[in-house]
Design a protein around this ligand. Structure first.
Ligand code: HEM
Ligand code: FMN
Length: 528
């Protein structure tokens, strides 16, 4: 059916909402209140072309599962000339809105803007914490909080990281470590090191080239990239950028509809993907308060500025108190899960995993296992591997640190029964070595490699990967290890690993500060 722009514009309310994406018209009425990014952002585009805004975060693939569920309905298309006009209008509108928002944000963040201009040169960055620090001081607040935030009090976020600091080495000496090799074989393919880029949604938040930066950087360093299904570029465009011969994996949030899962699995398999990782820990969207607060505050800030022209100190104080209590999205959709940014995948079962595994020849891993019983079930259900992960502390608060779960699994002998990978809190080559000593085959990094991309693009990513490799080799030599096969439990002392809580005593200021909400008035306080 061909539709005119005028027709679309009449469907502009919450109870009757159409939107245009790339010349197609969609009825999103039943989806608006379920959008994990909030209803408000969609309502601004009701009855209009939203392609320019949509493209900043998503690809059209993200709509498929909602179309299957009939939460989004394809109504028809614009005719060619109308489509062109709509895109032109939308592009101008999006640009104007973005400029308006940026000018408000910049006005209240002079220090961040100055930090952006005065970033230290890459060769002054010594380790992954430095990238995080620079990101802390330069990233736009919504993006910064989207990355750093975890569920509730961020106990698991911190614990993932600090638990590594409770493990020490028992170095061996008088071994010829002139040759020191960190290369390995993951899922049947050789890679230069036993760590990989874990999947994170919407990488355009970090860099305009998003997932493609990881595709290039990982290819250069022969490191595996786990491509996220919620990517901000289409899978086809990302996989094209991966150098032939470099192994890559795909992370899937399964749809309730097997047809769609099968379509995606076949597509990535045909493109040469060697492993599929099904995320099983994103059952019910975690309560990321810091993230919700900053979005609410930034939204109110822009509204206030528009209405009053400037914001006084009193306004700002009020803004903080009110916004902390509730956001406009919550107000508008108070009976709905999405008001809290909740996503519900409550129907996933082992049966579904067995079915999905049966339709592919790719290695089949479960990402998000957090306990011994589930690890045992993965073995019993014939999975090829598991990733011990709690989604970087974004889902189940008080989930134990993944390194502690690995310790338990190793004690229980499970690391010899199935491939065990691990992610969460990794920032140093020593963290990677400790995990390998406890039986992990590979270690994933989320934030640790996102921040280098967000601050220095591909050059930052490559440098960060090289730093991790250098840190691994240095430590291996100093503890008397020549290759990864020689890493074992005898090389580490885990006596304090279980003393949870001692993490709060660490004065690792950078990391702690990275976990605090970064709001505009705090921004001016610390110079680089
Ligand atoms: C109507 C089609 C859309 C669908 C199906 C959709 C779907 C989604 C999904 C599944 C997520 C969750 C990603 C995650 O797990 O982290 C999300 C988040 C998000 N979406 Fe959309 N979206 C749509 C339209 C839009 C549009 C038009 C915009 C921009 C104007 C937008 C902006 C965002 C943002 C900013 C987030 C991040 C939320 C966060 O910070 O946690 N979305 N969307
Ligand atoms: C901003 C962000 C977005 C994420 N998006 C996804 C995702 O789309 N799919 C997924 O399986 N895991 C996702 N994760 C979890 C990561 O894959 C990984 O498990 C986690 O980041 C590891 O913790 P770390 O960030 O401390 O390294 C995300 C994590 C972050 C920080």
């Amino acid at each position: 059916m061909t539709i005119s722009i005028e027709q679309v514009s009449q469907h502009n309310s919450k109870t009757d909402c159409w939107i245009i994406f790339h010349s197609k018209v969609y009825d999103i009425t039943n989806f608006v209140s379920k959008h994990p990014g909030g209803a408000k952002i969609l309502m601004k585009l009701a009855g209009k072309d939203g392609s320019a805004q949509f493209d900043k975060f998503h690809t059209l693939d993200i709509m498929k599962s909602y179309i299957y569920e009939k939460l989004i309905i394809e109504v028809g298309s614009l005719d060619d000339s109308a489509a062109e006009a709509a895109v032109a209008e939308a592009t101008i509108r999006a640009k104007e809105e973005a400029q308006q928002e940026a000018s408000v944000i910049n006005k209240y963040e002079p220090q961040r803007i100055s930090n952006l201009k005065n970033k230290p040169p890459l060769d002054q960055i010594m380790n992954l914490y430095d990238f995080e620090y620079v990101a802390n001081k330069t990233l736009e607040p919504v993006a910064r909080n989207y990355y750093s935030s975890g569920v509730d009090d961020e106990i698991t976020v911190r614990e993932n990281h600090f638990a590594y600091k409770r493990i020490f080495f028992n170095p061996r000496v008088l071994i010829d470590v002139t040759e020191c090799d960190i290369s390995t074989n993951l899922l049947g393919h050789n890679t230069s090191a036993p760590f990989y880029v874990s999947s994170t949604a919407m990488q355009k938040y970090a860099h305009p080239e998003g997932e493609k930066v990881f595709a290039h950087g990982c290819s250069r360093e022969n490191i595996v990239q786990m491509v996220p299904c919620l990517s901000s570029y289409p899978f086809e465009e990302i996989s094209k950028e991966i150098k032939p011969g470099t192994p890559f994996w795909f992370q899937l949030y399964p749809s309730a509809h097997d047809g769609l899962n099968e379509e995606i699995i076949r597509k990535v398999e045909a493109a040469g993907c060697t492993g599929i990782f099904i995320t099983v820990d994103n059952v019910y969207g975690g309560n990321r308060e810091k993230d919700r607060r900053v979005k609410a505050i930034m939204g109110h800030l822009i509204e206030l500025e528009k209405n009053k022209g400037s914001i006084s100190k009193d306004d700002m104080d009020r803004l903080y108190m009110v916004s902390s209590a509730k956001s406009e999205d919550q107000e508008e959709t108070k009976d709905d899960d999405s008001a809290l940014g909740r996503r519900a995948v409550t129907w996933l079962t082992w049966e579904k995993m067995r079915h999905l595994k049966s339709i592919t020849k790719m290695k089949f891993y479960l990402k998000g296992i957090q306990s011994i019983p589930d690890a045992r079930l993965a073995v019993e259900n014939g999975m090829d591997g598991i990733v011990l992960s709690n989604h970087g502390g974004r889902q189940a608060e008080y989930s134990k640190s993944t390194i502690e779960v690995l310790y338990d699994l190793n004690q229980a002998g499970i690391t010899t029964q199935i491939d065990v990978f691990i992610d969460g809190g990794v920032r140093r080559g020593t963290d990677i070595l400790k995990a390998l000593c406890l039986g992990a085959k590979a270690v994933g990094l989320g934030r640790g490699l996102l921040y280098p991309v967000a601050t220095y693009g591909e050059a930052g990513l490559v440098r960060a990967i090289q730093m991790l490799k250098e840190e691994m080799v240095t430590t291996m030599r100093n503890i008397g290890v020549r290759n990864l096969n020689e890493l074992n439990e005898e090389l580490i002392d885990t006596i304090n690993l279980k003393s949870r809580g001692s993490n709060f005593g660490y004065s690792e200021d950078l990391y702690n500060r990275a976990s605090l909400p970064l709001l505009p008035p705090n921004f001016g306080n610390v110079k680089l």
